[in-house]
Design a protein around this ligand. Structure first.
Ligand SMILES: [Zn+2]
Length: 176
């Protein structure tokens, strides 16, 4: 597996991926994560369908969550970049140079109880990936473990603060 497929964000499906029934707000649902050649494959299932899929090959982990309906589009207003939007942007950019900062952002969001760790996957070569789930949206964040020394984390947190300040400044300039 190459570095570009080691981390990604996978959103919770709006409907059960077996029976196709749409999830409703506050409905319990199950997430299965399979580790396949192409990387992680996520499947979201309703409670009825889940028992039929738990014995499928290659299941890496599964957990039960509560579906939360996304807010209506009118409530989605542009926000200044914060730790979460910075994490989403960096994961989507897939630049291996950001692997350490991505990890630090994930840890910051876990401390804020925005993300919850769902699984840790260890490759045959010993490299690890953390699987985080967003508590509200159910999005899965797959993040490579950069095996940071503790003394590196402080410097990276400063770098994060700097990046956030930079984007806030740029957005400030863009305002009329
Ligand atoms: Zn179903």
């Amino acid at each position: 597996m190459n570095a570009n497929s080691e981390w990604n964000i996978q959103s919770r499906a709006p409907a059960c991926q077996a029976c196709g029934e749409r999830f409703i707000d506050r409905q319990p649902c199950h997430t299965l994560l399979r580790f396949v050649d192409a990387g992680y494959q996520r499947t979201d299932l309703c409670e009825k369908c889940f028992p039929n899929h738990t014995t499928a090959d290659g299941i890496h982990s599964s957990w039960k969550g509560i579906y939360q309906a996304p807010p209506p589009p009118s409530q989605k207003t542009a926000r200044k970049e914060d730790v979460e939007t910075l994490l989403r942007r960096l994961v989507e950019e897939k630049d291996p140079a950001n692997i350490q900062i991505i990890f630090v952002l994930s840890v910051m969001l876990e401390r804020k109880r925005i993300l919850v760790e769902r699984a840790v996957h260890t490759e045959p070569d010993g490299s690890r990936q953390y699987v985080y789930e967003h508590r509200k949206s159910g999005d899965t964040f797959i993040v490579a473990d950069p095996e940071l020394q503790l003394d590196r984390i402080d410097g990276l947190e400063e770098q994060v603060a700097y990046q956030l300040a930079q984007t806030a400044r740029k957005e400030g300039q863009a305002e009329p």
